[in-house]
Design a protein around this ligand. Structure first.
Ligand SMILES: O=C(O)[C@H]1NCC[C@@H]1O
Length: 342
């Protein structure tokens, strides 16, 4: 056996969505801040290609690189690599990272509750983990300040006509469409159509509006399209289906923590969700994240909420990714049969 790289990974999923964690074998990238380091990873592409492309990755995989924190309050920091983007924050990935840090012993666990602070590229996120018998059973993440951007905007999508959409930020940028108005019940058999249409809607919103974050001028595009199900009132709070199309064309298996945060910001802006409410988002595979609004704030003078999301993650294995120097595809490859719903 010979290898010019050995990258140590603990694999995990959060409510169905894969979020692997690189725990060794990669030096921290250059940059004064975690955001700058994440921009370096996004520009350089070498690590992204190595772990995300086939034969080591696939379109379903997200990979997180642990790096030493820059902020004095942070216990750990991570850079998120998604199929096409290297985003400010991610709900499922932050839940996977927290679970791997605690369940594998990288950070000490205290039962019944462990509190840690993580530094995501977009900022600090406080994490509370409910822990029992050495397992972080539920992770609560205080996500980045989230805000509604446009409400009831008109968006022309070729072949679909004029759609009424909301746009919002929940740690990442969303176009939000009404699932029922698009003809979806949000059942698993609709995944391919949701992926395909979602990418068209995201691309149309990028062409028509572009995204603007008042404090992060680098994040200029919409990453995702959320197909939002109707909000039902149950004895346990509010409940709604959620399916998120991820570039280049797949559906999040989890209910998407950033989407839940974005949706809570929109519901709050419309006066349809208060600080007393809980909103449970249900994914196409029936998994759930639950959210609440901890308070209100401002982002660059824009009204925003402080969201908390919670969900569960499980470790699925460990890998040592290697590169034989004679491998003709050191950066791997992507083909459109699986890389993007057509
Ligand atoms: O939960 C989330 O926010 C994420 N899931 C995969 C894509 C998003 O970043």
């Amino acid at each position: 056996m010979r290898s010019t790289k050995t990258i140590h990974v603990i694999s995990a999923h959060a409510e169905g969505e894969v979020g692997d964690v690189i725990v060794g074998g990669v030096m921290p990238p250059p940059g004064e801040t975690i955001w700058e380091q994440s921009r370096w990873i996004a520009r350089d592409q070498t690590l992204r290609n190595f772990v995300l492309n086939e034969p080591r990755g696939g379109v379903f995989r997200h990979v997180n690189l642990l790096v030493p924190p820059k902020h004095p309050d942070a216990d750990a920091a991570f850079i998120i690599m998604e199929p096409e983007d290297t985003p400010p924050m991610s709900g499922s990935n932050s839940i996977c990272v927290s679970t791997v840090l605690l369940d594998s012993g990288i950070l000490p666990m205290q039962e019944p509750v462990t509190e840690i602070t993580l530094e995501a590229p977009g900022g600090l996120v406080r994490v509370r983990a409910e822990c029992r018998n050495g397992k972080a059973e539920r992770i609560f993440v205080q996500n980045l300040p989230s805000f509604a951007e446009r409400l009831d905007a008109k968006l022309e999508v070729e072949g679909l006509g004029t759609l009424t959409v909301d746009t919002a930020y929940g740690g990442d940028s969303f176009v939000i469409v009404d699932a029922a108005a698009m003809g979806f019940r949000l059942s698993p058999d609709e995944a391919h159509d949701i992926a395909r249409l979602g990418v068209r809607i995201t691309n149309a919103a990028n062409a028509a509006f572009g995204f603007h974050h008042p404090e992060n001028p680098d994040w200029k595009h919409f990453s995702f399209c959320l197909f939002a199900g109707p909000v039902e009132i149950t004895t346990e709070g509010l409940r709604a289906g959620a399916a998120v199309a991820i570039q280049p064309g797949k559906v999040d298996r989890s209910p998407t923590g950033t989407a839940l945060s974005a949706r809570m910001a929109v519901l709050h802006a419309r006066g349809q969700m208060t600080l007393e409410d809980r909103l449970t988002a249900v994914s196409l595979i029936g998994s759930t994240f639950t959210g609440r609004i901890l308070g209100t704030t401002e982002v660059g003078g824009h009204p925003a909420i402080l969201p908390e999301i919670s969900g569960r993650a499980w470790i699925t294995g460990t890998h040592q990714h290697m590169l034989d120097p004679s491998d003709p595809w050191p950066e791997g490859y992507r083909l459109t049969d699986t890389w993007g719903a057509r």
